[in-house]
Design a protein around this ligand. Structure first.
Ligand SMILES: [Zn+2]
Length: 118
């Protein structure tokens, strides 16, 4: 069963989180599922909030900034985001290019269905 990560980052954003289905805006290819904390537009994806697929989670989780690679669409090869450090929290993130991805809010039930869990 999926559970949102709850920590100082989510509580500093009001404690409410949502699941987003991130896809390439150019070709529609699914990129990842992402936990968005708090309100507002998605401008960057924090590396510790990528939920799935596992390959992408491992590529960005717990890495040094220098180890991070840009995020590309594996289908159309477009660059979607580049690594950054969110200075306020000293936290690795991916800065999304404007108009690079579609963000669709989904429920936990939908997420589990899409990833064949539960
Ligand atoms: Zn694409």
């Amino acid at each position: 069963m999926f559970k949102f990560k709850k920590d100082k980052y989510s509580s500093s954003r009001g404690g409410r989180s949502a699941l987003l289905d991130i896809s390439c805006q150019h070709c529609g290819n699914h990129i990842c599922f992402y936990q968005k904390d708090g309100p507002g537009e998605l401008k960057r994806m924090y590396c510790d909030r990528i939920v799935a697929p596992e390959e992408l989670v491992q590529r960005y989780k717990g890495k040094n900034y220098s180890e991070l690679a840009p995020l590309n669409c594996e289908n159309c090869k477009r660059q979607l985001a580049v690594p950054m450090i969110y200075e306020k929290e000293k936290r690795n993130a991916l800065r999304l290019f404007v108009g690079a991805v579609n963000k669709q809010k989904i429920t936990i039930k939908e997420y589990e269905k899409m990833t064949n869990q539960g």
